[in-house]
Design a protein around this ligand. Structure first.
Ligand SMILES: [Fe+2]
Ligand SMILES: [Fe+2]
Length: 200
């Protein structure tokens, strides 16, 4: 049974049908992560007087396409004439930006607020809606997350969404540098924007 009412956000499927699809296409690990993120997103949206339904649905769907093959993402980028620059990247970027297209096609969800939050959850953006912020932060602090800095991240999320976004970007950039991993340019753009806001 559904605890939540997504009826107001047009979709070809109801929540139970969406959950069935997710259960079929995701590992248990990822599926339960999505459910936890949904819950945190709803909580954050409620706390900050936001759109609980959209934040929850976007949180639920944020990793919908995460376990698809590279070839599937490449096909979608080509078939939908998405920015060819995307081909230079990988799953980490694709599952958000390209994942939103897969959600449209498979679930019939065209709500741009929900889709943008999915697109932006991996690298953030300079202009983020409250739904975007809830998903970006909710993904980072869901209850099973455990990493150095998680307590601080949760504290910032209680203080303000903007502070939590800034902290998350700082933490992600630091982490990627430590691991000798490349940083997607949009991540730097987001980082510069949010760090200059001085919330930390
Ligand atoms: Fe993700
Ligand atoms: Fe996630």
């Amino acid at each position: 049974m559904t605890d939540f009412n997504y009826d107001r956000i047009k979709s070809d499927l109801n929540r139970d049908e969406i959950l069935n699809r997710m259960h079929d296409t995701l590992s248990d690990f990822r599926y339960t992560h999505c459910l936890r993120v949904e819950k945190v997103c709803r909580g954050l949206a409620a706390e900050y007087d936001g759109d609980v339904e959209r934040a929850g649905l976007a949180g639920l769907l944020h990793d919908y396409a995460k376990e698809r093959s590279d070839q599937e993402f490449i096909d979608v980028i080509k078939n939908k004439n998405l920015d060819p620059e995307l081909l230079k990247y990988n799953n980490a970027i694709w599952h958000g930006i390209v994942g939103a297209e897969i959600i449209k096609d498979e679930l019939g969800i065209y709500d741009e607020d929900v889709l943008n939050a999915v697109r932006r959850h991996t690298v953030g953006a300079t202009k983020m809606t409250q739904v975007d912020k809830c998903v970006f932060v909710g993904d980072f602090i869901e209850p099973q997350r455990d990493f150095p800095g998680i307590k601080e991240a949760r504290k910032y999320a209680e203080k303000s969404l903007d502070a939590a976004v800034a902290f998350e970007l700082k933490h992600s950039v630091q982490h990627l540098v430590t691991k000798n991993r490349a940083i997607y340019p949009a991540t730097f753009v987001s980082y510069n924007y949010w760090i200059k806001k001085g919330e930390l």
